[in-house]
Design a protein around this ligand. Structure first.
Ligand SMILES: *Cc1c(COP(=O)(O)O)cnc(C)c1O
Length: 380
């Protein structure tokens, strides 16, 4: 049996007719950049995320970058984030000229630890505090970071919050949706996200009218009106075609999310039955809405051998992420070292993502668990 980590072709079959009809209309119109399709998607995403505004941008990475730019964050500033995330979170901080500061994660959820955040800020000198401008919590794998204490700390120190919600569209924390709790919410429509385009795309949500205006100006080279540049922006525009695809897919997102949640439940029941508690730690689930962009387990031993074994059985897996940000070569000038963030380092060595996409069958899930069991039962 083949169980790929993700199979987008299955999903495409179900929406192919709609996509092709819309594509034909759009190609006939030859209207490709921003425009009415982007505007209507922005309204739909703002509503879906319980936010006042949304601004379509070129990618999730650019969503982060433009949010930092909207706050004039740059050289001499610092921004706190998690070391256990996709590169773009830390990369966009560095691209503004600011310095990323990492704090360790909560080993249960893999999200930034509010305790570590607080103690890092508490131990800062006065000058360090003056340089600190923002915090970027990441809602990793589709589950919100513990936002209540994070909001509290950021309010106390007057820090901007940019939520990296690239993996978490529709995920909830105490009734609030990812991207609506901080000053900015950054979303990605990279094809492998729960709501993926047919290429790159992203969105920034905000509840502030002022930030909204500034984001709109920045995404079109900072010009307003056209050819009059009051800010130095960039080309961060979303294509009409990507907006049209995302808009069609958005109608099915809740249904797909429910299928992911059902698959997660299925895994939990099967793992329980497989008696693997000693070696396999399942994803921690709070009562809040988890959208399972990934189903990531932590294994006690032989993670890489397990991946090889599963691969030989036709099962796709991935490690998100094998090298925490503080140990990346490009950040060596930040002077972090191995051992600085033990939880992030442990997770990088012991976690593995299993297939969870909505179209997965019960048989496929059973096959994955059976194979993991077979691997740990066999002699070393
Ligand atoms: C995917 C992702 C991004 C970047 O999004 P792109 O659209 O690929 O630029 C940023 N942060 C996280 C946590 C992501 O998973």
């Amino acid at each position: 049996m083949k169980v790929p980590l993700l199979d987008l072709k299955e999903q495409y079959k179900t929406i192919k007719k709609e996509i092709l009809e819309t594509a034909e209309e759009l190609f006939e119109s030859q209207y490709f950049i921003l425009g009415p399709r982007v505007a209507s998607l922005e309204k739909e995403i703002a509503d879906y995320c319980f936010s006042k505004h949304a601004v379509g941008v070129s990618s999730g990475t650019d969503a982060l970058l433009i949010s930092l730019m909207a706050m004039d964050i740059g050289v001499k500033d610092t921004v706190i984030t998690t070391p256990y995330t996709f590169f773009a979170t830390a990369g966009s901080i560095a691209r503004t000229g600011a310095r990323p500061i990492f704090v360790d994660i909560d080993p249960k959820t893999y999200n930034i630890s509010p305790e570590c955040l607080e103690s890092a800020i508490d131990s800062m000198s006065r000058t360090e505090l003056e340089r600190l401008k923002a915090v970027i919590p990441v809602h990793l794998y589709g589950q919100c970071a513990d936002m209540a204490p994070i909001l509290q700390i950021c309010e106390k120190y007057d820090l901007v919050i940019i939520e990296d919600a690239a993996q978490a569209i529709g995920s909830e924390y105490r009734g609030k949706r990812a991207g609506s709790m901080g000053d900015f919410g950054c979303f990605s429509f990279f094809p492998s996200k729960n709501l993926g385009a047919f290429g790159d795309g992203g969105m920034v949500t905000t509840n502030s009218d002022d930030f909204y205006d500034k984001l709109c100006t920045l995404r079109a080279h900072g010009s307003h009106p056209k050819y009059y540049h009051k800010l130095i922006g960039g080309n961060f525009r979303l294509d009409a075609f990507q907006a049209a695809v995302v808009s069609i897919k958005l109608k099915y997102l809740d249904q797909w999310t429910e299928a992911r949640q059902k698959n997660a439940k299925n895994y939990r029941a099967l793992f329980k039955h497989a008696d693997l508690e000693d070696v396999v730690q399942l994803p921690f689930e709070k009562e809040d809405r988890h959208i399972y962009n990934q189903f990531v387990i932590r294994v006690k031993e032989r993670r890489d051998d397990l991946r090889g074994f599963l691969n030989d059985s036709g099962i796709g897996t991935e490690v998100y992420y094998p090298v925490p940000m503080h140990l990346q070569a490009c950040f060596s000038d930040l002077n972090y070292k191995k051992g600085d963030f033990p939880q992030a380092e442990h997770a990088a060595l012991h976690t593995v993502a299993l297939p969870i996409y909505p179209e997965l069958s019960d048989d496929q899930i059973e096959y994955v668990v059976e194979n993991i069991k077979a691997f740990y039962l066999k002699k070393k």
